[in-house]
Design a protein around this ligand. Structure first.
Ligand code: ZN
Ligand code: ZN
Length: 649
């Protein structure tokens, strides 16, 4: 009788996706007395673990209790639960289940080992993994294809690639999955040469293998090899290949190529996926490529991915980093669904970088009202906003609030923001006391922040005190020496300037090279001061000479030599070296290329110097040209002779 009924229970069970009907059938099974049938109970347990949406801990433990109450549980029941636990939020429960299984003398099979080894890999617990490997040997399963492949992954994830290799070498006939696992293991351990050797030896290469190699080349900076593989050796490509290459280009700083590839992708009629889209947007953000970002925005709107939160956040970040706060706001306000902490923080940071302190504070309060709790990064942005807008008191309040109301331990970044806050406001002694009273040991970065403030406010005495601390921590930093010598120069202490300069050259301290980028016709051009001449720099120099002459005649420009370079260079050479700063070259190039009325956007890797700042102000007035410059610390928007930073940066 029982055997007659069971198939109908089984087919019913297989169609149940949610918890309620499964529970109902469970009741019927008990009533009909078939709960002692191992086959039926096994499938009942399976169905509990497949509940949609993902089974929660309670459901899984319910399934577990069915198993423990069953007089003779089978390996199928154990395997089902072990797999379910390994994919749950409590992967370690799969180990416990595995131990019970062994204790109850139920023989583990290849599935059992694959599942527990996967858990060991996902929680990177190689210790347990090694023990499981030993047990696998005892049961004679270590050479099984699935088990060996999972062992390879497990060891690679745990950083024990040499063990993985041993398992691989002992496999009699590794299939393509095992080969891929081994190659991926080498890539994960940054052994791209080892990966390549395996890849060449592989009897059958599938698309996955090629994608793994692409990723490996990109991660190890072998852009050329990646390009050869992608463009010359791959006839078939998929979403993963394209996004790997786009992400790879951007992570290796090949912005032009990332853009080019994206255009190509579009031209071929392929749809960029979420990963490539967010990667390319982050390229735009880093490079300040506003025009390209706008094209992408259009694409996002048209292609129907506008509802993806990650894409929206990337778009928001792009506009914020390109200095277009209105567009950033638009994206922010039109964002579908609930805004995430990332969206809010990006908006706060964007406003902060522009110096819109009050607005940043408003967004912060809106976020609190919407029920989203700020995190440490949000507080970095809001403190930054306060310091760049001169809101010292508010900044202190936020620092207090972070610690006391939100229970967030301040990190070095937060301490640095506070030093910057006091420093910018000219409260140098307060900044110094703050550093001394910090519960953690101040880093060079923190002292350097104060040194920068001493430079802005011309406090020689404190600067010397800070410099002593800095030399103890990082004796070879060129920036510190340059700053100190500038402080001396401003105070007219030429002897001291010479001493610093001498000690710099005797210790061979090199200045960090500055670069600037500008986008013209959706192509990024980068300029480095003093680099070899090429077509673009020739054009830039020619235009720059004309600009400098005009601002000298019409704007009364005199090079800010003393503040901007070291003193003991010959007068003429001095003016030359400031006039060659990369941001000036980028500006000149932009002006020679762009038609009237367009805005100039420049990104610079270092802080803009006083002289370049003055030149940009004058150009914005005399040429009636709006310029946006993003330097290492903030945005400067120049209009009609003024800068949004109010000469305070
Ligand atoms: Zn400069
Ligand atoms: Zn400025």
């Amino acid at each position: 009788m029982a055997n007659k009924v069971s198939p109908s229970f089984l087919s019913l069970l297989k169609h149940c996706k949610t918890l309620k009907p499964i529970t109902q059938i469970h009741t019927h099974i008990i009533k009909s007395g078939q709960h002692s049938d191992p086959f039926i109970t096994g499938h009942l347990i399976l169905q509990y673990t497949l509940v949609t949406p993902n089974p929660n801990t309670k459901t899984l433990h319910h399934a577990h209790s069915i198993l423990t109450h069953f007089p003779y549980p089978t390996s199928f029941m154990y395997n089902t639960l072990i797999r379910a636990f390994s994919e749950s939020d409590h992967p370690r429960d799969s180990f416990a289940t595995f131990l019970t299984m062994c204790r109850n003398n139920v023989q583990p099979d290849s599935f059992t080992f694959s599942f527990v080894l996967k858990t060991a890999a996902s929680i990177q617990c190689s210790n347990i993994g090694v023990q499981l490997h030993c047990l696998g040997v005892v049961y004679g399963l270590d050479n099984h294809l699935y088990v060996a492949t999972t062992l390879i992954s497990m060891y690679s994830e745990g950083g024990l690639v040499q063990y993985a290799r041993k398992v691989f070498d002992e496999m009699s006939e590794p299939n393509v999955v095992a080969w891929n696992a081994m190659i991926n293991g080498c890539v994960r351990c940054c052994d791209v040469k080892g990966a390549e050797m395996l890849y060449r030896r592989m009897p059958v290469k599938d698309l996955v293998s090629k994608n793994i190699m692409l990723d490996g080349y990109m991660k190890s900076g072998e852009v050329l090899l990646a390009k050869t593989l992608f463009f010359e050796e791959m006839n078939v490509t998929d979403d993963v290949s394209w996004s790997t290459v786009v992400v790879g280009f951007s992570q290796n700083g090949c912005f032009d190529e990332a853009f080019g590839l994206f255009v190509e992708l579009h031209r071929l009629g392929l749809r960029p996926n979420e990963v490539s889209l967010t990667a390319i947007l982050s390229v735009c953000a880093q490079a300040g490529a506003f025009e390209f970002g706008r094209v992408l925005h259009g694409y996002v709107e048209k292609s129907g991915v506008v509802w993806l939160r990650s894409v929206n956040n990337a778009l928001l970040d792009t506009y914020a980093k390109c200095g277009n706060i209105d567009m950033a706001r638009l994206v922010f306000e039109r964002m579908p669904g609930k805004k995430s902490i990332v969206s809010w923080t990006t908006m706060v940071a964007g406003l902060a970088m522009q110096g819109y302190g009050e607005q940043a504070l408003n967004v912060f309060h809106q976020m609190e009202k919407s029920g989203i709790k700020p995190d440490g990064i949000t507080f970095v942005s809001i403190l930054y906003a306060c310091s760049h807008a001169g809101l010292t008191e508010q900044g202190c309040r936020f620092f207090y609030m972070m610690n006391n109301q939100y229970d967030i331990e301040p990190t070095y970044e937060h301490y640095g923001c506070m030093v910057d806050l006091y420093g910018r406001a000219g409260e140098l002694q307060k900044a110094y006391n703050f550093i001394i009273e910090m519960p953690v040991k101040p880093t060079a970065v923190i002292w350097r922040t104060l040194l920068g403030a001493c430079s802005i406010h011309g406090n020689v005495e404190l600067a010397e005190k800070v410099q002593i601390r800095l030399t103890e921590l990082e004796p070879n930093d060129s920036g510190d020496h340059v700053l100190l010598s500038n402080i001396y120069a401003v105070a007219g202490k030429w002897k001291d300037v010479a001493t610093v300069r001498k000690s710099m050259s005797s210790q061979r301290i090199m200045k960090n090279p500055g670069w600037s980028m500008i986008e013209v016709d959706k192509i990024m051009y980068s300029f480095v001061a003093g680099e070899e001449e090429n077509e673009a720099t020739k054009e830039a120099y020619k235009k720059l000479r004309e600009i400098m002459l005009r601002i000298r005649v019409e704007g009364g420009y005199v090079a800010e030599v003393i503040r901007s370079v070291l003193h003991d260079i010959e007068e003429e050479e001095k003016e030359d070296s400031v006039s060659m700063h990369s941001e000036k070259l980028a500006l000149a190039f932009g002006m020679s290329r762009l038609c009237n009325g367009s805005m100039i956007r420049i990104v610079k890797n270092l802080r803009v110097c006083k002289d370049c700042h003055t030149v940009m102000k004058l150009v914005s007035k005399i040429y009636r040209l709006d310029i946006v410059l993003r330097d290492r610390s903030r945005f400067h928007s120049f209009t009609n002779g003024y800068c949004s930073c109010r000469d305070y940066w």
